[in-house]
Design a protein around this ligand. Structure first.
Ligand code: GCB
Length: 593
């Protein structure tokens, strides 16, 4: 599904702004059949949870958004559709009294085709129900429980607040009836020549196609007229490099006789990503990842996408010398990947499959031996939803040069007997959908390499480690010895590239101590220095992404002080001391181990 664009043949009308709003509750019955009662208004895009007083933080179920929409009278003979960049976690869309689409999965886009239902000039009532309910079959999983007051509560196994609603853009769009429906681009390099292999899906009677590749100076450097697939070679190609982005415009034009019927342009980068022994190569050069596990998280808006916060986050990452980040623990807004493409930032792109582990609470504590993979929890239907999450992620992000790796799950119970049967088909599916990018996951510290059952399936092994924090708390000397021994074992047993995809210590801004005191800024800094010494001694370690870029919101917990405080920046993006520690290392390292 292509991102909507505005050009000579297509139009995009933003539906962002204030919508009427109503949380579900007693007496709310088929609210799409008329104007929503009450006076609440909710901004789109934004999570709704932190906006209202009294609070909707504990709301479990559906909330309703509504607004009127006019179909432009100039949209004659066009396909008319709605595009939701996300509805977290399940969206039901009604136009006047009619259900037009339902989508499950909180972080990927979906469309509703209105063409048969509306006419140019019509004004329609658009109502969207968004449910935040998670179950053992959804990705991520969750569970409903009833409290002592008879109220329904939602429990989940991931360590970030279940922000919900319409947190990304909503558009009304038009496209021609005969059109480009999808484009997939794979690039390669031979000597100084780049190649762009494409697959183009079209709808409608096939006419003539002209496909051009245009460089940043506006020069056409290659063309083709072959549909549905072909290759354009670019002699002396300028490559997309980490830290030095270069984007070509891949433009498809469809003609009927000599009339232009549709045009779609994608910005693409020519680059390769390969694994060689224990190294990860971008454009045939070893690349060492530095950067962050992040969250889409800001005060008030929750996961609501905001260009100002996004630009500031990228500026701060650049200031630290980071070259990469992981979209922990779900696909981020597409604007974020577009920005990373344009600015040469490397992305590990993650599905929302976090919390497939009944033996941790809030991302951390062992809670005995519960069976995660089996009929009662992560079962066949969960796996189908997981499959779907992978398909939707790859489908949305396959053409982004910044995306160099798929991370299909975070910290599953990978030592459990059923884990292999669950994950093997998912890894195969990911490879089938994209033959070019390596596939990874993150391993939780509770599953050591000797008990690990899925690591060999992956191209790269991601590790999340908290030695010195959750274990060996405050004792960095012991933590250092144990960390090094453990990493050596991972290297010996699997012989694959290892990425440290999480390591960090909660830190309260302004708390200082000369005594290596956990929670102090000084301790967080020393914690990172210790880890870095170890990484530099382990050959297989090919990158370090700290946990986390910034403090972020979570559910309540005795280890969570107004959220998770492992940020190197506070939630309002002020640096802690560790930000300077990282900066002095990463600026010097560049992209090298
Ligand atoms: C983890 C999880 C992450 C948590 C983090 C923590 O292992 O992957 O989601 O936030 O630990 O801070 O406990």
């Amino acid at each position: 599904m292509l991102k909507p664009i505005d050009n000579a043949t297509r139009e995009v009308k933003s539906l962002n702004g204030l919508w009427r709003f109503l949380p579900d509750g007693p007496g709310v019955n088929q609210p799409w059949t008329g104007p929503l009662p009450g006076k609440l208004e909710c901004p789109v895009p934004s999570s709704y949870n932190d906006l209202f007083v009294p609070s909707l933080r504990d709301h479990v179920g559906t909330v309703w958004y509504q607004r009127m929409v006019t179909i432009p009278s100039r949209w004659e003979d066009q396909r008319v559709f709605l595009r939701f960049d996300a509805a977290t976690h399940e969206g039901s869309v009604y136009v006047n009294d009619r259900l037009v689409t339902r989508h499950v999965g909180g972080y990927t886009p979906f469309e509703a085709d209105l063409t048969p239902l509306v006419s140019p000039g019509d004004e329609v009532r658009l109502t969207v129900g968004v449910s935040n309910i998670l179950s053992n079959e959804t990705i991520p999983p969750g569970r409903l429980v009833t409290d002592d007051l008879g109220k329904t509560q939602l429990r989940y196994w991931h360590d970030f607040f279940n922000y919900s609603g319409l947190a990304r853009a909503v558009y009304l769009c038009s496209s021609p009836m005969t059109r480009v429906d999808d484009i997939s681009v794979v690039t390669d390099i031979a000597g100084s020549t780049g190649s762009v292999r494409y697959d183009i899906a079209t709808v409608g009677p096939a006419g003539k196609a002209v496909i051009d590749l245009i460089d940043e100076a506006g020069m056409t450097v290659g063309s083709s007229e072959t549909l549905p697939a072909g290759t354009i070679n670019v002699p002396d190609a300028t490559l997309w490099q980490p830290g030095a982005a270069y984007l070509y415009t891949f433009r498809v034009r469809l003609y009927h006789t000599s009339r232009l019927v549709d045009e779609y342009s994608l910005r693409i980068g020519i680059r390769t990503i390969t694994i060689s022994g224990m190294q990860i190569l971008i454009n045939d050069r070893p690349f060492y990842f530095t950067g962050f596990g992040k969250h889409e998280d800001t005060p008030v808006k929750g996961k609501g996408h905001d260009d100002a916060w996004m630009v500031h986050d990228f500026e701060l990452m650049k200031w630290t010398g980071a070259n990469s980040f992981r979209t922990s623990h779900y696909p981020y807004a597409e604007e974020v990947l577009d920005y990373a493409d344009r600015h040469g930032v490397v992305v590990i792109d993650e599905t929302p499959a976090v919390g497939l582990n009944l033996n941790i609470g809030g991302g951390i504590f062992g809670s005995g031996k519960n069976v995660t993979f089996g009929p009662d929890f992560a079962n066949d239907r969960t796996r189908q939803n997981h499959e779907n999450a992978i398909r939707e992620l790859v489908n949305r992000d396959k053409n982004h040069p910044s995306v160099v790796m798929w991370c299909i799950t975070n910290e599953p119970d990978s030592g459990e007997a059923g884990a292999r049967a669950y994950f093997e088909p998912l890894v195969h599916l990911t490879r089938q959908l994209d033959t070019t990018r390596p596939v990874t996951y993150t391993n939780l510290q509770m599953v050591p390499p000797e008990q690990e059952r899925i690591a060999d399936l992956f191209d790269v092994i991601g590790l999340n480690r908290y030695r010195g924090w959750y274990e060996e708390t405050g004792d960095l000397a012991t933590a250092e010895i144990r960390l090094e021994k453990e990493l050596q074992r991972w290297q010996t047993i699997f012989g694959k590239p290892l990425l440290m995809l999480e390591y960090g210590a909660d830190t309260v801004t302004g708390l200082r101590s000369i005594h290596q005191l956990p929670w102090s800024e000084d301790f967080q800094s020393s914690f990172y220095e210790m880890y870095h010494k170890v990484f530099d001694r382990i050959e297989a370690i090919q990158g370090e992404q700290v946990w986390n870029f910034a403090d972020f919101g979570t559910g309540p917990g005795i280890f969570r002080v107004d959220g998770n405080r492992k940020g190197v920046f506070s939630r309002d993006r002020r640096p802690k001391t560790a930000a300077y520690t990282l900066r002095s290392r990463w600026i010097q390292k560049g992209n090298n181990k």
